[in-house]
Ligand binder design. Structure first.
Ligand code: NOJ
Length: 443
């Protein structure tokens, strides 16, 4: 039986999520260059070398986009503010036009009765700071806290929730060890520093926000369900290792003030000097926890690869346009595990869940029935974890709009709303109509 809106508490919040660089159009309004601009301009990194210069032109069309949320009956909108739009050089001179824009954007949400859920860093490291070392630089946590202060002074009185960092694993490991995100490094030493500095920036940002009297603070972490590629004990150990260095890499320091033994094995020798002194600030209490969940990944042991000596292997389940295995049970497992292991009764929000699916050609309403099924199955998983005792207070679909999917350019479409990237015309898909009808069925 599919779940209905009535299966969730009345005050449960439903929303959709986006991020600044993926939708705004970073060439507009005086924003500075980010390390995604430079990464995309380097041949071989991004499909067709596409970047976020225009993206969905949300910078000029945000009213129309927010109307989709209001008309659809959503309660909340998860968005991010771009560091490089606020401070084009990362420090120093403020871009007043950028602050004005976020001011208008937040007011436009409130005018539509949407609770603004802001993320402070969704990957727009200003190029000027990236050139100095970005997440590897020992001062990056203080640079971040200064940016946090500037933007919060302007809009902090009207946002209802703030997350410091989006997906610290992608920022540090995917960007500095696996090399598939900006800045595109493949270096365990860089990754170790980035891992620690991202955590330190979170802690420093939290401290600054608390000093400013801000409430409802958290972080958004990405997780995956993990299984071994076979019953071979070495593959089982590889899957356990992946769970530790992916799902626990940030949660252990954030909630227990220490790195796991598995993380220390690879990153320990390269952590920045004096890292132990940062752990108290890193593990200060938060008010909510953001969970991004999309898929199941399988792993096998591989001796030919240096630490962590594992590789991803293909599984048999149906896959999204990204090639990600669809596994809703993983979400109920994850939420229960997080409750038991780390967050206890702290409210959790599914800050991202969604699927990419190719542009459908079934007429003008883009008949993405697969996406609607994906959403329903994951909502049922959330509901199950609530029955099992997890304190879940909201769910955001990723994403409101088709947008810039980082190294995959504009090819992978996650949106409830279709965007034609030539004309920038928006067209709601079947999933938008189905979800919004579902949201309205409250009696
Ligand atoms: C994670 C990221 O937060 C978001 O930027 C990305 O587009 C989606 N997941 C889909 O990959």
């Amino acid at each position: 039986m599919p779940v209905t809106r009535k299966d969730f508490p009345k005050d449960f919040l439903f929303g959709a999520a986006t991020a600044a660089y993926q939708i705004e159009g970073h060439s507009f309004g005086g924003a500075g260059s980010t390390h995604w601009d430079t990464y995309a301009a380097t041949p071989g990194n991004v499909i067709r070398a596409e970047d976020g210069a225009i993206a969905c032109d949300h910078y000029h069309r945000y009213e129309e986009d927010l109307d989709f949320l209001k008309d659809g009956g959503f309660d909340t909108y998860r968005f991010s503010t771009s560091w490089a739009r606020v401070l084009p050089e990362g420090r120093g001179q403020v871009n007043e036009a950028g602050l004005d824009y976020y001011d208008r954007l937040v007011d436009a949400m409130l005018a539509r009765d949407l609770k603004p859920n802001q993320t402070l860093y969704h990957w727009e490291m200003p190029s000027a700071l990236a050139d100095l070392g970005g997440w590897e630089h020992p001062d990056v946590a203080d640079w971040f806290a200064d940016y946090v202060e500037v933007i919060t002074k302007r809009i902090g009185d009207r946002v209802s929730k703030i997350a410091t960092i989006n997906e610290p694993w992608c920022v540090s490991v995917l960007g500095h060890f696996i090399g598939r995100h900006a800045p595109g490094k493949v270096d365990v030493r860089s990754a170790a520093r980035a891992v620690h500095h991202v955590l330190k920036a979170h802690g420093r940002g939290m401290t600054r926000l608390r000093e400013m009297g801000q409430k409802d603070l958290g972080i958004v972490v990405n997780y995956e369900a993990v299984k071994p590629g076979s019953d071979d004990p070495r593959d089982v150990a590889a899957a356990n290792r992946q769970h530790a260095i992916m799902n626990q890499l940030f949660m252990h320091p954030l909630f227990k003030g220490e790195y796991t033994a598995d993380a220390m094995e690879g990153y320990g020798p390269h952590l920045p000097k004096g890292w132990q002194d940062d752990m108290a600030e890193i593990s200060q209490p938060m008010d909510w926890h953001g969970v991004n969940y999309y898929m199941l990944n399988r792993f096998a042991h591989d001796d030919t690869i240096p630490w962590p000596s594992l590789k991803q292997v293909e599984g048999p389940l149906p896959k999204t346009q990204m090639g990600w295995e669809i596994y809703p049970d993983g979400l109920s497992w994850l939420l229960t595990w997080l409750k038991d292991e780390y967050v206890g009764d702290l409210p959790m929000f599914i800050t991202e869940n969604g699927m990419a699916w190719p542009e459908a050609d079934t007429g003008s309403n883009f008949g993405d029935t697969e996406r609607w099924k994906y959403i329903q199955d994951h909502l049922a998983a959330v509901r199950q974890s609530m029955i099992d005792g997890a304190n879940i207070e909201g769910f955001y679909y990723w994403s409101l709009l088709d947008n810039y999917e980082w190294a995959f350019g504009y090819e992978k479409r996650f949106g409830l709303i279709h965007v034609d990237f030539d004309s920038l015309k928006r067209t709601p898909k079947h999933s938008y109509y189905a979800l919004t009808e579902w949201l309205r069925a409250t009696d």
